[in-house]
Design a protein around this ligand. Structure first.
Ligand SMILES: Nc1ncnc2c1ncn2[C@@H]1O[C@H](COP(=O)(O)OP(=O)(O)OP(=O)(O)O)[C@@H](O)[C@H]1O
Length: 657
């Protein structure tokens, strides 16, 4: 017969907090397992601390057992930790557990914010979310301790009696409610342990099998880990994802405790920068699937784990965002990420370039959003360039050594390239390198294919073009302009540099019959043929050492194009090709010269109806314009049809001669 040691009332103010818990935490019942297993781990840790300090000399093989009894409808959690005496039960369970639960509920019962991080703080009492009766059987580690049994049905009444338990430790038995029978399914329990308790440092057994991973690499020192350990964790956490590009190991004890490993994933074009993917842990206990309030927004696409006991968890998310420690932790994380990028840039330019496609987006997004981060990484923003930096007369890549600001030449004179052999440069180096040629002007391209003609033209005259072709670059160019206020950023198709124009050819022959220069004749010819007042015709003799200059090019003035891009962005529309643009006709090109001759003949001869050569010249003008548009992707469906129809007409006419 069991001897009832004590029967009594738990002195809490709310008569029955149970219904409130049920109602309020309805969707999160499952967290009881995290709370109870955490208590079990704590009990084991306390015992090993006593063992280390010599206060306990018994055997110590940490272990937690989960047991499901489908007939009795119970789930029990057994640990071989410190155990409790009757006095401790009264103190810790009757007072601490209940009063902290009461405090928690009082604080949040009227709260409309359902987003309390992880519902931490409910502790032992959370078992009443799923059980209508909870039993504790426990035997303290203390010598000659009496085993105790405690039972409570979620009201304020409890019963304390002697227990038959012979082994040190504690068993919590939950008599599951009828609508909580899912916790009798081993599969469900395994899933919950994997979610919440996978990295807890004690083996958790179910049906004779250890079901948690235990090792939390982020708690280990970085020097004890190999690349393969980091990759293994990544694959474990994100099994269906591509390998990460690189990682950052966070580990600090002061002024706050933060451990973690953050991975830079390969960015997918559809990446949602508003959705966090970093898992939040508190002392190896899983808390939340994301840390959106803790990490800076620009680092949201990173993955991995942050584990900190200094992040308040029983608070609302909005409170968390404004918490001073949390803000300092966020700054620390951003700084560590910046340091890692700097380190990679310094130690392995080739790897840095290899990852740049993806890293660049983080860096640029971060620079746009966070001033401190911008300062930290500004010297590591690189751009693919058309320049051949491998040539011996170009300056070698300089690499910053250590923390001081001394610059030294890289050990290896080999300049790193990407897999296609392209070189990369910082803006600072670009400006320095081109000082003599085009001071404070940066030529850039946003699309290598459609701007190929323009890029080639620049290249042929030794002008260096940078590629700013990632989706974030539209914003980044404006940002760079505000940062480098005396530098002009010009897309290759916005205008032409004077070096591309053959100044010698500007003094042209004047036609004695019309008293017009060749350029004026060409301009007139095009204006008449195109009949598009929005298109400005400009004639220039382009330099073409290698015939790379086309007969005509469409130029989109930088400001007009940017305004258009901006309004399309604001209205969430695709960028339309601006109707106001310039057609630059290259009077050096043989085609234009032939056309001028053809047109000139027509102007002299015609009166009234256009002559056949006048008609032909007009058709060719339109064709030249369309070809220039085509190079710029400026065609819509109608334009394409007109172009093919005209091509046919033109070919027919030419073959008739
Ligand atoms: N398995 C156990 N073995 C020994 N002591 C336990 C066990 N479970 C609970 N206790 C004691 O009961 C106390 C109250 O537990 P409870 O889970 O409510 O709060 P907590 O663990 O102190 O904090 P938290 O609210 O963060 O969980 C614990 O501090 C501990 O002293």
């Amino acid at each position: 017969m069991t001897t009832v040691l004590e029967q009594g009332n738990i002195s809490i103010h709310t008569e029955n907090i149970f219904p409130i818990i049920k109602k309020w935490l309805y969707s999160d019942h499952e967290i009881f397992i995290r709370e109870l297993v955490s208590n079990a781990v704590d009990a084991i840790s306390k015992l090993s601390m006593l063992s280390r300090s010599g206060e306990f000399s018994g055997e110590l093989t940490p272990e937690i057992q989960l047991q499901i009894d489908k007939d009795a409808k119970t789930l029990s959690i057994t640990d071989n930790g410190i155990g409790m005496t009757a006095e401790e039960i009264k103190q810790y369970i009757n007072q601490v557990a209940f009063s902290s639960a009461e405090e928690f509920i009082t604080k949040y019962k009227d709260s409309t914010d359902q987003q309390i991080i992880g519902h931490f703080g409910l502790g032992f009492y959370s078992s009443f979310m799923v059980a209508d009766r909870v039993d504790i059987d426990t035997l303290s580690y203390q010598e000659a301790a009496t085993p105790v049994h405690w039972s409570c049905d979620g009201t304020t009444e409890f019963q304390l009696s002697e227990s038959a338990r012979t082994e040190r430790g504690t068993t919590i038995t939950l008599h599951l409610m009828d609508d909580e029978q899912e916790y009798l399914e081993p599969g469900r329990i395994r899933q919950l342990i994997k979610t919440y308790c996978d990295f807890m440092p004690v083996p958790i057994q179910l049906d004779g099998e250890v079901i948690n991973k235990q090792e939390a690499p982020w708690k280990q020192s970085p020097s004890s880990l190999e690349d393969s350990d980091y990759l293994e964790l990544y694959r474990y956490l994100y099994p269906f994802e591509e390998e990460p590009l690189l990682w950052v190991h966070l580990n600090t004890d002061y002024p706050f405790v933060v451990n973690g490993i953050l991975y830079f994933p390969k960015l997918k074009p559809d990446v949602d920068v508003n959705k966090g993917q970093i898992k939040l842990f508190c002392n190896q206990v899983f808390v939340s699937e994301n840390c959106e309030e803790i990490i800076p927004r620009f680092l949201m696409p990173l993955r991995g784990v942050i584990d900190s006991t200094d992040i308040p968890l029983n608070v609302s998310r909005s409170f968390l965002q404004n918490d001073r420690t949390v803000r300092r932790i966020a700054d620390y994380i951003a700084k560590k990420v910046g340091d890692r990028l700097k380190e990679l840039y310094r130690d392995s330019q080739a790897d840095y370039i290899r990852c740049w496609q993806d890293l660049g987006t983080f860096v640029k997004f971060g620079s746009l959003n966070d001033d401190k981060f911008k300062q930290q990484v500004k010297d590591y923003v690189i751009f693919r360039t058309t320049a051949d930096l491998g040539q011996t007369d170009t300056p070698k890549v300089e690499v910053q050594q250590g923390e001081d600001d001394a610059w030294a030449e890289a050990d290896s004179p080999q300049v790193a390239t990407d897999a296609n052999g392209a070189f990369y440069t910082t803006l600072k180096d670009y400006l320095e390198r081109n000082q003599g040629k085009h001071e404070n002007r940066v030529y850039y391209a946003t699309d290598e294919v459609s701007q190929a003609t323009y890029i080639q033209l620049h290249q042929s005259q030794g002008l260096e073009v940078l590629f700013m072709d990632s989706f974030i670059d539209t914003h980044f160019v404006s940002f760079l302009e505000s940062e480098y206020s005396d530098v002009k950023f010009l897309r290759v198709d916005s205008d032409l540099d004077q070096t591309l124009i053959d100044a010698d050819k500007s003094s042209e022959i004047v036609d004695s019959a019309t008293n017009k220069t060749r350029s004026e004749q060409v301009k007139e010819l095009f204006e008449k043929a195109l009949k598009r007042p929005q298109v400005t015709i400009r004639t220039e003799a382009l330099k073409a050492n290698d015939q790379s200059a086309p007969p005509a090019m469409v130029l989109l003035p930088e400001e007009i194009r940017r305004m258009q891009e901006m309004s399309a962005f604001i209205q969430h529309q695709a960028v339309q090709f601006p109707p106001n643009h310039t057609l630059l006709v290259n009077t050096s090109h043989p085609l234009i010269q032939n056309l001028a001759n053809l047109g000139q003949g027509a102007i002299v001869q015609t009166s009234g109806e256009p002559s056949p050569s006048e008609q032909l010249a007009a058709l060719i003008c339109e064709q030249v314009y369309d070809l220039a548009l085509m190079a710029q992707k400026g065609f819509d469906a109608d334009g394409m049809k007109t172009f093919t129809d005209r091509s046919t007409t033109l070919l027919t006419q030419l073959t008739e001669r």
